[in-house]
Design a protein around this ligand. Structure first.
Ligand code: WT7
Length: 627
């Protein structure tokens, strides 16, 4: 089965929207491969799993106790072993694993052998702190190679990593450390934002002051002279020094947790999504391989930050499981100039480029001149992720990269672990559509009762378990059940989706109180509680509103305390307050002072009504409205 698709990818003529000479025979084969995979998903996934190394084989592929899944039961494996040793024990030993480019111009290159040595040393250093299987380590680092090393080192010895995006503020970091009860935090002195140093260590100091579970902090010191450290804080290099570069990967039961990753939902509290070694390894491995048609000769560039799931699955785990050469670059797409990424593509001969609609729209604003200045002829496959891509941005991206490279619009979520709806380079593309479910994935669009809509709009659901699905929400199994109880019989993603007559999926945005700002997932409730924690605010309601570059922007409506005046200074103070509470990405672009908010009789704020009013649309059924 698996081989079949590989041949298909090899022999396919790539379709692009202007090409009317579609190879129908080939499409039929893709269809057949998909149908076979969902007719017997367990066999499909077991065949994929056999391409990886297991310390001992599984007895059972799937145990499905709705909605609790276990995959590859009884098998033992280690994702770090498959990312490193599998290649170090092969001709790939001296192949480049990671090329890292820093904001300030440095370049660091790691072969598989060198990456393995670094990871092993770090794993030994972790052991020396007395950490045990199942202990949690918070990683709060900028986009530097130490982030990748620390993740793999945790995985290697069965520690659970919880990577927190370095743009989150102290209270947001604190709540994530507390929920995970982390014993260790790994951080850095500084990150950089458009060349400006951002002090991360003070954020950590603030957060850790209230986190008694943290025993030690490890600090990567990038600036010279190094910042001062207390005796509970160790310098990264000094901590590693003297530890052996040999460390056996721990054979772990395939259901052993690999990481927690916090993501926003409809309540104020972020959810700690739990992923495990075995199934996650299988899902990220095969999706990276097929979706990007990944080959040993490729240079693979994904612009994400390992602070988010795209970085976990498609910078670190998926590509390394495939023995790929990865390029990862710190910094923004338009710093020092809008040629930054095009320059890197030319310089390193990038063949696979995975980016986001927001970044494409930003680069569009600077014009076609910028990509036009660089040799982009090494590109072969493109990718988009995180939010719907509008056809205009799709066409632009397609045109400036040569007009003949397929764009993989990949739909998935933190919870799904791996890509679920996506083209493969052989699938005919429609700009703006994520096309069809991946092999082995039974996705559909249904109404509230769970009936398939055939063609038309509804809710995106997944009908069967898949290996890389989250196993639970840490400390909150009820919230996990919510995903499977919302619409009977299936996993509800929370997305509104349209299915066309060819069975193509068109994801339209979130159906719940989650906003996607520049692809970042933000819960409106989180922003509301940050706003009401300001002394001048009594009540707040937050909505997402379309925005040209960011896809969506945050707009907040606030009711002020009696006697407070609506002044530009106060609005600025409220924005600063949200930044301090949550981080820059959650700051509302617009704040409007109002005297009342639309509420139901039971007192719930009707954000839907606010949004309709804001967009000049019909608010729909408002019979339950009180004010
Ligand atoms: C939400 C998940 C996917 C990894 C990064 C974000 C939206 C994601 C697409 C796409 C339309 C998309 C959905 C989804 N989304 N990819 N290709 N087309 N929408 O992961 O932060 O967990 O967000 O991102 O709304 O539910 P996340």
């Amino acid at each position: 089965m698996a081989e079949n698709i590989e041949t298909l990818l090899k022999t396919s003529t790539v379709y692009h929207p202007t090409d009317q000479t579609l190879d129908q025979a080939y499409i039929k084969d893709y269809e057949a491969a998909y149908n076979a995979s969902i007719a017997d998903p367990e066999t499909f996934w077991a065949d994929v799993a056999k391409e990886l190394e297991w310390f001992s084989p599984w007895d059972k592929v799937l145990e499905w106790n709705y909605p609790w899944a276990k995959w590859f039961l009884g098998g033992t494996c280690n994702i770090s072993y498959n990312c490193l040793d599998r290649h170090v024990n092969s001709w790939r030993k001296n192949k480049v694993a990671v090329i890292w480019v820093g904001e300030t111009g440095e370049e660091r290159i790691f072969t598989y052998a060198e990456l393995a040595r670094q990871v092993n040393r770090c794993a030994n250093a972790l052991k020396s702190l007395g950490l045990n299987t199942g202990d949690r380590v918070t990683i709060y680092l900028p986009k530097i190679p130490e982030q990748i090393v620390a993740m793999l080192a945790c995985a290697r010895i069965g520690l659970i990593h919880s990577v927190v995006y370095s743009g989150f503020s102290a209270p947001a970091l604190e709540s994530r450390i507390k929920d995970a009860e982390a014993r260790l935090i790994i951080t850095a002195d500084y990150g950089y934002d458009r060349g400006k140093p951002i002090n991360l260590k003070t954020v950590v100091d603030q957060a850790v002051a209230n986190c008694p579970t943290i025993e030690t902090s490890i600090v990567v010191r990038r600036e010279k002279p190094g910042i001062a450290l207390t005796d509970r804080e160790l310098d990264w290099e000094e901590w590693l020094a003297g530890h052996s570069t040999q460390c056996q990967a721990e054979p772990l039961d395939s259901e052993t947790p690999l990481y927690f990753l916090y993501t926003s939902g409809t309540t104020g509290k972020p959810k700690g999504v739990v992923h495990v070694h075995g199934g996650y390894m299988v899902g990220t491995y095969i999706t990276t391989k097929y979706v990007f048609d990944l080959k040993d000769e490729d240079v693979y560039f994904c612009v994400a930050d390992p602070g988010w799931v795209t970085g976990h699955s498609y910078i670190v785990y998926g590509p390394l499981l495939n023995g790929a050469t990865i390029l990862t670059a710190e910094g923004k797409p338009d710093y020092p100039d809008p040629g930054r990424w095009w320059h890197l593509i030319e310089k390193y001969g990038v063949s696979i480029f995975y980016t986001t609609p927001t970044a494409i729209r930003l680069l569009m604003k600077y014009g076609e001149d910028w990509p036009g200045r660089y040799d982009l002829s090494t590109l072969r496959v493109l990718g988009s992720v995180g939010e719907p891509i509008n056809p205009e941005a799709w066409e632009w991206f397609h045109r400036v990269t040569g007009g003949d490279k397929p764009i993989m619009d990949t739909w998935w979520q933190t919870e799904t672990g791996a890509i679920l709806v996506t083209p493969l380079p052989c699938v005919p593309l429609k700009p703006g559509s994520a096309t069809r479910p991946f092999l082995g994935i039974e996705a559909d669009v249904v109404d509230k009762a769970g009936n398939s809509i055939g063609t038309g709009g509804g809710f995106a659901v997944i009908k069967k378990p898949w290996p890389s699905m989250m196993r639970t929400i840490h400390n909150d199994p009820e919230r996990y059940l919510g995903y499977w109880n919302n619409i009977p019989g299936c996993y509800t993603a929370g997305d509104v989706c349209h299915k066309d007559e060819d069975g193509y999926f068109w994801f339209m945005g979130r159906a719940d109180d989650v906003v996607k700002v520049a692809g970042n997932r933000i819960g409106t409730a989180e922003v509301e509680s940050a706003l009401v924690s300001h002394e001048s605010v009594v009540e707040a309601a937050v909505i997402g509103k379309p925005h040209q570059t960011a896809g969506e922007m945050i707009k907040a409506f606030v009711i002020l305390k009696q006697g407070e005046r609506d002044t530009p200074d106060l609005i600025t103070a409220l924005k600063t307050h949200v930044q301090t509470e949550l981080g820059k990405i959650a700051v509302p672009r617009e704040i409007e002072v109002v005297t009342a908010l639309p509420k139901t009789r039971s007192g719930k704020i009707m954000r839907r009504v606010l949004k309709a009013k804001e967009l000049g649309q019909d608010p729909g059924d408002i019979s339950t409205l009180e004010e």
